[in-house]
Design a protein around this ligand. Structure first.
Ligand code: NAG
Ligand code: NAG
Ligand code: NAG
Ligand code: NAG
Ligand code: NAG
Ligand code: NAG
Ligand code: NAG
Length: 591
């Protein structure tokens, strides 16, 4: 199909989308019975300008960031994705548990073949026992750089954390902008064997803000009223950077992470890793300067939390919280922003102490209505090292990694290769295949001082393959992720598809199987779908493997996933239909 006829087909669908948006109106807290909510996503190019660079940006429905999906807990969601570009695509509903509906999870070649150019696929799933802020993003190559948006689940019961009425929810989606074409950045990286080009700006809701060249027009401003309570729905959609976030003069109250309620706590700033979401209460409690013509502005900022020794962009993106004032005019196009804009409460880029203290404060709410169901006993323990690797280049050419070699990454020395067919489909149809195997090593084959001062320096090679871990339905699984100082110690946000897990322990240095489990939190550990494994340290998670299917587990730094920092988890069917994967939908894309 040509580009032209593709775009005509997709334009006709716009009307349908508009109507479905009108029909999707809802009110927070609904005691009404669950409904089916339908959405249409056109994956399409759109001309977008930032930092005085205009380019074709990959979007959903021409929006950047993409449209917000808002549903109620218990609803069934049907999202028809039309691929209007001349490339493959898929969409992942990040953090939605997909109970028995793995076919709708989205990662290409894990749970489905890609949606090809000109074709469509309708993702159908129910949102069960989750509430709060999640997000969605493309799960094909690096398309998620701009193909992403908020996925909000309104609760059936009143919020447990506030006796005040909530004025509004404000999605804050953090991202990265490249002046160049992102696909090209990825291709260059894979071809050269080196690291990717850093992005040219960090963005808040797609806007870099006034600290970047040619960018003041593209500044995020959220207008609020004094003396109210707002919910900030914070999403880190950046490809390769953990971020700190703060708002000048305001304290933030953490109430929910990854769509699971937490014990509320106050903080001056947060650390959020790619893939994670954090819902914050914001009280607009600062003094109002009366009759200020443009309303008083409080800067908010994001800056990277830097843990590796590789080059990074040390810049800061800012936006503003604007208190409405009586005499407020419409904000002029050329607003002069205050000069001293970086909030004093924004942590320093290398502030591991802040990041650690912040993570240590996260606890499940664990109330009678929302108990913390952390598995107290364990059926299977798996120990997984996370490493960067160096490999010789094909032929005798030199590569742009280190020492003339090229970068890879691995878990237990297995660098994951995505096959060219869907693993879930092969698994379901019991197709005999050598495209994957279920012998992922449950511990490292070589034991060494993972984070010691004398790491292995000679042989940085890895093995390549598509090895998955397979467990019976209902297994209480513990996985300890151990960072290593192969090449560089750094923070790795590990994301598990299809299940939430509990972060029962974290620490620096090497995990000690004799001592550390005694210190686990088995009462109210945080429940999440993405854990930031500390720099030069470890994190222990527990999963109740009660969702049959094939689930991707990977680092949410996109460069690391490209290099193979991933594995797969197969949860076998249990006894009876209610513990089995549903059959595939008729429109499932084929390879
Ligand atoms: C990556 O950066 C290099 C050096 O600045 C530049 O030449 C190249 O065009 C960039 N690639 C892309 C895809 O933007
Ligand atoms: C990093 O940030 C600066 C702004 O401080 C920007 O001008 C530059 O283009 C960015 N990108 C890179 C690759 O350094
Ligand atoms: C915000 O905090 C800064 C630093 O603590 C202070 O100088 C400033 O006056 C405060 N601004 C407002 C509007 O309260
Ligand atoms: C957070 O701070 C506010 C204002 O100081 C206070 O009213 C509230 O109780 C604090 N919340 C928590 C969970 O500490
Ligand atoms: C960022 O890096 C540049 C170049 O290394 C340096 O000049 C600048 O001071 C740094 N900025 C910050 C905020 O650290
Ligand atoms: C990883 O695998 C490669 C290739 O088999 C091997 O040479 C290397 O020693 C292994 N490294 C570790 C740490 O197991
Ligand atoms: C899209 O995916 C199909 C199925 O895996 C594959 O055969 C095809 O080569 C892909 N197309 C592109 C443009 O990558």
């Amino acid at each position: 199909m040509t580009m032209k006829s593709l775009s005509q087909q997709c334009r006709m669908m716009l009307l349908v989308i508009f109507i479905s948006i009108l029909l999707a109106g809802f009110v927070p807290f609904s005691f009404a019975s669950p409904v089916i909510r339908r959405f249409q996503f056109n994956v399409e190019w759109k001309k977008v300008t930032r930092l005085c660079h205009t380019k074709q940006l990959l979007t959903v429905n021409g929006q950047y960031p993409g449209p917000t999906i808002a549903v109620h807990e218990g609803d069934t969601v049907e999202i028809k994705v039309n691929n209007c570009i001349n490339e493959n695509t898929t969409i992942h509903w990040h953090g939605v548990k997909q109970l028995r509906t793995g076919w709708a999870d989205g990662p290409a070649y894990i749970t489905q073949c890609p949606i090809r150019s000109g074709e469509s696929y309708t993702y159908k799933f129910s949102v069960i026992d989750q509430r709060g802020t999640l997000w969605w993003h493309a799960h094909y190559s690096w398309q998620r750089a701009s193909v992403h948006g908020a996925f909000i689940i309104y609760p059936r019961m009143p919020y447990p954390f506030s006796t005040f009425p909530i004025e509004a929810g404000i999605p804050l989606i953090f991202g990265e902008w490249w002046n160049g074409d992102v696909e090209e950045v990825e291709n260059e990286m894979l071809k050269s064997g080196g690291g990717p080009n850093n992005s040219d700006a960090y963005t808040i809701n797609g806007l870099p803000g006034p600290l970047y060249p040619c960018s003041s027009r593209d500044t995020f401003i959220s207008t609020v009223e004094r003396g109210k309570t707002y919910l900030l729905r914070v999403i880190n959609g950046a490809l390769n950077d953990e971020l700190f976030f703060a708002i000048a003069n305001h304290t933030l109250t953490v109430v929910e992470i990854d769509a699971a309620y937490t014990k509320p706590f106050n903080t001056t700033a947060i650390m959020i890793a790619p893939g994670q979401t954090t819902t914050l209460l914001l009280n607009t409690d600062q003094i109002q300067i009366p009759d200020h013509s443009s309303g008083i502005l409080f800067p908010m900022a994001i800056t990277p939390y830097v843990t590796s020794s590789f080059p990074f962009n040390n810049s800061t993106s800012i936006g503003f919280l604007r208190y409405k004032s009586r005499k407020m005019n419409k904000l002029k196009r050329k607003t002069k922003f205050p000069s001293n804009q970086i909030p004093e409460n924004l942590p320093d880029m290398k502030d591991t102490a802040f990041a650690t203290a912040f993570s240590n404060k996260l606890r499940s709410l664990n109330s009678p209505l929302y108990p913390c169901n952390v598995p107290k006993t364990v059926h299977k323990r798996v120990f997984v090292t996370i490493s960067l690797n160096l490999q010789n280049c094909p032929s005798r050419k030199s590569c742009k990694g280190l020492n003339g070699k090229r970068f890879f990454a691995s878990m237990n020395n297995q660098s994951f290769i995505r096959p060219d067919s869907s693993i879930l489909e092969s698994h379901y149809r019991k197709i005999a295949t050598n495209s994957y195997s279920t012998d992922f090593p449950e511990k490292p084959i070589t034991v060494f001082d993972y984070t010691g001062v004398n790491p292995l320096t000679k042989n940085m090679n890895t093995e390549f393959g598509t090895k998955l871990l397979a467990v019976p339905y209902g297994t209480n699984l513990e996985i300890v992720f151990q960072g290593t100082n192969f090449l560089s110690v750094e923070n790795h946000p590990i994301h598990v598809h299809g299940h939430n897990f509990f972060v029962v322990g974290r620490g620096f240095g090497n995990f000690n199987a004799g001592r550390d489990p005694a210190k686990y939190n088995l009462v109210d550990p945080p429940e999440r779908n993405t854990v930031a494994v500390p720099r030069g340290g470890w994190a222990a998670i527990r999963i109740k493997a009660d969702n049959p299917g094939v689930w991707f587990i990977h680092c949410h730094l996109e460069e690391h996933t490209s290099w193979g920092l991933a594995m797969g988890l197969i949860v076998r069917n249990g006894a009876g239909d209610s513990k089995s994967l549903l059959p595939p939908p008729d429109d499932l894309p084929l390879c």
